[in-house]
Write a protein that binds this ligand. Structure first.
Ligand code: PMP
Length: 433
């Protein structure tokens, strides 16, 4: 690839050498290895507010926010305090706590579609469980998903998957049996006719439709209202379950997520990232009659030794409390527009083929001449140019997602001055491409 090692310092290089002997690719999650942009990943020492600090002592403006969770920036005092208070009482009990009900109430109050909720440990667990419940509740097998959407590493959903699966060229992973994927119907995002055709071809067979209501995992791709409304009407007419995977968008695009922002209410919702305040926590929920299929209320099995973990619950609860009491959403929208406008202007100025797509505090600068509405269009973006852009920004202290096919995220601590500083760096980098 391009500019190998140009950005990583000697300590990161040594740490990566060591890690590669110990963990596959040197990492515990593939995107972190910088495979798409080539070179050595930066090893992180600590984070504070809107900044990441690597072990070579360099500071970066953070545009990944742990890939979504850190909407309040790193080490928000109220979140840290809640975690410390929880740890003081014990780290895991394997028995119910009142704090779990507190977080459940916060989620139910915030997210329009959720009447009952189950806490799990990751976004993957949330989507895997939601699919199982949808199948159990409907007695049907088929699931519609959209190419370039990523729902975690669930076997049946690792078909035409986005995120690192797309970036690293394995949208259909080895190890997933044909059987695991045979009930998955893959359609193009925003393709209204394809949705109608699928329901016409398989009446009474589709348990669920799952989608990212704004895609982050092929870069930022918004839905059309017609697409969302068609999904809602087709699933209602066929008694199929509409699942919004709001692992990225939940509590980010609005307190009630994309469903609040767009006014389209699904039957089930999956959550992760922000709901755990930077700790491992996910959730799935929905209509009470659907959720009451879950054991022990119903017969669909789903369990977890660490589910509802008190430390994770404390972090999530504290984060949601801050978001409710001091809603950052108008500010995030404003800064999002400022950053998007600035990125487009810089690309324009330097004659770089581009497409900036943004919803609130999620966005992508696509090196692509045409609007990106689905995966085949995203796939036409210039990855080589993206790699140079990425490393150019790293050199200037700006840490963007290391793939063309990931949305950037920022926090309420990314002030106007920080956005301006970022745009200054972007201007220099695009000038040099
Ligand atoms: N769904 C979406 C929309 C995601 O973006 C992700 C992770 N990026 C997941 C599910 C999986 O979540 P996790 O990595 O916590 O398993």
């Amino acid at each position: 690839m391009t500019n190998v090692d140009v950005g990583a310092g000697p300590k990161s290089a040594a740490a990566f050498e060591r890690a590669r002997k110990l963990m596959p690719g040197g990492v515990n999650s593939p995107a972190r290895a910088f495979g798409a942009v080539g070179g050595t990943p930066l090893f992180i020492e600590r984070a504070e507010g809107p900044y990441l600090y690597d072990i070579d002592g360099r500071r970066y403006i953070d545009y990944i926010g742990s890939w979504g969770p850190m909407i309040l920036g790193h080490r928000h005092p109220k979140v840290v305090q809640a975690i410390e208070a929880a740890v003081a009482k014990g780290t895991s009990f394997g028995a119910p706590t009142e704090a779990e009900s507190e977080l459940a109430e916060q989620i139910i109050d915030a997210v329009p579609s959720i009447e009952k909720v189950r806490l799990v440990n990751s976004g993957t667990e949330a989507t895997m469980s939601a699919i199982r419940v949808a199948r159990g509740a409907t007695g049907r097998n088929k699931v519609i998903k959209f190419a370039g959407n990523y729902h975690g590493h669930v076997d049946s959903l690792l078909v035409a998957a986005g995120s690192a699966a797309a970036t690293l060229g394995v949208p259909d992973s080895p190890g997933v049996t044909p059987g695991a994927g045979q009930d998955t119907i893959v359609l193009d995002y925003n393709d209204v006719d394809a949705v109608k055709n699928a329901f016409a071809q398989h009446p009474g067979e589709i348990a669920a439709v799952i989608l990212e209501p704004v895609v982050g995992n092929m870069g930022c791709v918004p839905p059309t209202m017609e697409f969302l409304q068609t999904l809602r009407s087709e699933t209602l007419a066929d008694h199929s379950i509409l699942i919004f995977d709001e692992v990225m968008t939940g509590f980010r695009l609005a307190f009630g997520g994309a469903q609040e922002r767009f006014g389209v209410v699904p039957d089930m919702t999956t959550l992760g990232k922000i709901v755990g305040g930077g700790m491992p926590l996910g959730a799935y929920g929905g209509r009470a009659d659907i959720m009451d299929n879950v054991l022990p209320a119903g017969k669909v099995f789903q369990a977890g030794t660490l589910s509802g973990n008190p430390v994770a619950v404390a972090a999530g609860s504290a984060t949601l409390r801050v978001l409710e009491e001091e809603p950052p959403y108008e500010f995030l929208d404003e800064m999002g527009e400022k950053l998007a406008t600035g990125l487009a202007a810089a690309a324009e100025k330097h004659g770089v083929t581009h497409q900036v797509q943004q919803v609130g505090s999620m966005m992508t600068l696509f090196f692509n001449g045409a609007p990106v509405t689905n995966w085949p269009e995203a796939d036409r973006s210039n990855r080589e140019l993206f790699g140079r852009y990425f490393w150019g920004l790293i050199e200037r202290g700006v840490y963007m997602p290391c793939s063309q096919f990931e949305a950037l995220f920022f926090s309420n601590l990314h002030t106007e001055a920080i956005i301006d500083e970022t745009l200054g760096a972007v201007d220099q980098v695009l000038a040099s491409l």
